[in-house]
Design a protein around this ligand. Structure first.
Ligand code: GDP
Ligand code: MG
Length: 706
């Protein structure tokens, strides 16, 4: 008989790690809430008829956030045979809050005490047997990371599901319990007996969804309202807080005497956090770490490998070998050109950056898995909130360093619609992995691999997000206070090599896949358009259709210093996929042909761009409209074409003006004379500063309190 087991727990308690260990799959293990916005399914290792569902991380079963809705709907409707309530044992009381709610669902529950390795390392102890007797359901100590206790957990959950016996809900005390009994009396017969307690508590909390699903007549509704109101006024607190308070009391009672903590010794994590999340040191440390990550991947280790791949493999060896072979089988000239100058040059220009990307992915996975990324979200929440932004906005950005599409999707965890929209609009400012080749190309070709170029791209992205946040918050569209952001900080631990490598490969794989599909096609198209004129005669690039098309767009970018038709074309192909920017340059500068003299496209780029214009080009590509996939994701999250257009317009406008100011002011400052462009850029800058610094719009609420 098929059985479904559900995995429910707070964010960061190790659900996904456990899910992967039990199913043998490789879901992304992240160190922040929101990674698992949707539920994931897999079958239990060795048991094909047992389905395991990884629910999003939640703190409660109230219908407030999208994650809570997903989890609650699933638990209430899909009849999981049993729920594994996974808790972080190193933070037991807080984690049990959700467990107390699961106990009310009338479904068999098994509590998995995860992170027992952390508890033991800190010298603590938990009496699982005693806890199990008090709660009234099985309690299994495990370590998902170390793979301990998993077999027993699986077996226990299976037999719980087969037995079908739900644990008793917790009894509360005093007037709250009396009120709950009254409500249970009201709904008796109206709901399934196993759900009575759950519905009674939700009705007490004035849960609209449950109220509308329960067929109470007007008279009963009045009794309900009066019961709640009487209890609230007598205990002088609101209903939701009363229930939470009862839960914590029950938890204190459950765990009393079951937990032994080591005395007086601060854990290693706490000691590290004293420094790393220190009010003054946190941001400088973060800056240094991100600098090192980009420096290591783009400028040092990664670039040595990339140089080899670009210069030798795709620069000389492959084109030479392929041309030789094609000539030996008397292949038509145009076909040789398509294959060598078009497709191989295009794909090669992009794949050449794979080593750098893999180093970057590796380092990001280490930061993520060690627990540091969770701290960054926490640190930036402090900073962001000062500007009225939610720290939750930073999570999509972190995910966006891999790819903007999941980054944009992760914004779903933000409750306030205004904040969510703003995050969707600004997430792609952070350089995603597809933009990395552009950064590396500009850094290498025009700045001699200077150490600051790659990290600066990251900080330009963050600055664009923060400044956009401040600016947009002051408009009517986005006004409002940011909601505070709570999350658990998991203990630091040494990242597992396997997990990090898997994660690195997962990200790298999608990049390679893209090279084989979208970039393959786009390279062919760019070659076609750049090799023929409108009468389909094979011509020099400068006479080609593409040169004509680029020539129409190029003047738009002349004020930014890169009015070359090739740059214009590269930006347009970048809309399909950002990797295309580099592959287009590769083809247009005849990457494969000039490679023999060793100078390949760098020399061409140096001739076409001044360093200022090149940096402007980089900034433009970082900030402008993202690729079509990301625009599609934006449209999905906004649910509106108008908002999507507005966002794309804002992004491109910001990219254009920033790049314009960089080029014009930079030229002026470096002694290029004061011209019309300089004046215009000063006006733009002044306008920007005005929007940034003007007083915030007052919401009616803040008017009332001042
Ligand atoms: P989720 O948000 O509940 O899905 O949690 P994850 O599975 O993403 O795990 C959060 C963090 O806790 C990751 O860094 C995991 O490596 C770590 N983690 C998970 N289980 C354990 C465990 O048993 N022991 C230790 N020390 N760390 C764990
Ligand atoms: Mg997860």
């Amino acid at each position: 008989m098929p059985i479904t087991l559900a995995l429910a727990g707070n964010p960061n308690c190790g659900k996904t790690t456990l899910f992967n260990a039990l199913t043998g799959s490789t879901q992304h293990v992240g160190n922040w809430p929101g990674v698992t916005v949707e539920k994931k399914e897999g079958s239990l290792k060795g048991k094909r008829d047992v389905t395991l569902v990884d629910l999003p991380g939640i703190y409660s079963l109230s219908p407030y956030s999208p994650e809570e809705r997903v989890s609650r709907t699933f638990l209430l409707n899909n009849n999981a045979g049993a729920v594994i309530s996974i808790v972080d044992a190193s933070n037991l009381e807080r984690n049990l809050l959700l467990t107390t709610q699961l106990l009310e669902l009338g479904i068999p529950i098994v509590v998995a005490l995860n992170m027992m390795d952390v508890v033991e390392k800190n010298g603590g102890h938990i009496d699982a047997a005693a806890l199990s007797r008090r709660i009234g359901c099985p309690v299994v100590p495990i370590s998902a990371l170390k793979g301990k206790g998993l077999k027993e957990l699986g077996d226990t959950a299976l037999s719980a599901a087969k037995g079908g016996i739900a644990p008793p809900p917790l009894a509360f005390d005093g007037e709250v319990e009396t009120a709950l009994q009254t409500i249970q009396g009201l709904i008796h017969g109206l709901v399934a007996p196993a759900r009575e307690r759950w519905v009674a508590i939700k009705l007490f909390e004035r849960d609209e969804d449950i109220l509308s699903q329960t067929a109470l007549d007007p008279q009963q509704r009045e009794v309900l309202a009066n019961t709640i109101a009487a209890c609230e006024s007598s205990l002088d607190d609101d209903a939701v807080s009363l229930i939470t308070d009862q839960r914590y009391r029950a938890i204190a009672h459950l765990t009393e005497g079951c937990i032994a903590r080591a005395q007086g010794r601060p854990s290693i994590s706490d000691s590290i956090d004293k420094v790393v999340t220190n009010r003054y040191l946190a941001l400088p440390i973060f800056a240094v770490i991100m600098f090192l990550v980009y420096f290591l991947s783009v400028t040092t280790i990664g670039s040595m490998a990339t140089d080899w791949v670009n210069d030798s493999l795709f620069g000389e060896f492959l084109p030479g070998a392929l041309t030789g072979w094609l000539e030996s089988i008397h292949c038509a000239d145009w076909l040789i050109s398509l294959l060598v100058d078009g497709i191989l040059a295009g794909i090669g220009a992009v794949l050449g950056f794979l080593p750098q990307m893999l180093v970057l992915f590796f380092l990001l996975a280490v930061l993520e898995d060690s627990g540091y990324m969770a701290r960054i979200a926490f640190i930036l929440d402090r900073l962001f909130r000062r500007f009225g932004l939610s720290g939750k906005s930073f999570i999509p950005m972190l995910i966006g360093t891999g790819c903007g599409v999941p980054g944009i999707m992760a914004s779903r965890t933000i409750e306030s619609p205004a904040d969510r929209r703003m995050t969707v609009m600004t997430t792609t400012f952070i350089p995603c992995s597809a933009k990395l080749p552009i950064i590396a190309l500009i850094a290498g070709a025009l700045f001699g691999g200077a150490w600051w170029v790659a990290p600066s791209a990251y900080f330009v992205g963050i600055a664009a997000i923060i400044l956009s946040g401040i600016l947009l918050k002051k408009t009517k569209l986005f006004a409002g206070e940011a909601a505070p952001f709570v999350m658990e900080l998991p203990a630091y631990h040494l990242p597992g090599l396997k997990g990090v490598l898997v994660h690195m490969w997962e990200r790298g794989k999608s990049f390679v896949k893209k090279a084989g599909t979208i970039i393959f096609l786009a390279s062919g198209l760019v070659w076609l358009l750049s090799s023929f004129n409108w009468r389909f005669e094979m011509v020099e690039e400068t006479q080609s259709m593409l040169a004509d098309i680029g020539g129409v767009i190029a003047p738009l970018f002349a004020p930014l210093g890169f009015g070359d038709w090739r740059a214009a074309v590269a930006m347009v192909t970048g809309l399909v996929a950002k990797e295309n920017v580099v592959s287009t340059f590769g083809i247009l500068y005849g990457f494969a042909e000039v490679a023999e003299d060793g100078a390949e496209i760098w020399a061409n780029l140096q001739a076409a761009f001044s360093p200022l214009a090149a940096y402007g080009f980089l900034v433009f590509n970082l900030l402008c409209a993202p690729c079509f996939a990301a625009i599609g994701a934006m449209k999905r999250e906004f649910g509106s074409a108008r908002w999507t257009l507005f966002a794309v317009g804002y992004q491109t406008g910001l990219a254009y003006t920033t790049s314009f100011c960089i080029y014009q002011l930079g030229t002026w400052i470096s002694g290029g004379g004061f011209g019309l462009g300089t004046a215009a850029s000063l006006v733009v800058l002044a306008g920007f500063l005005y929007l940034l610094l003007r007083p915030a719009r007052r919401t009616p609420q803040s008017l009332a309190t001042t």
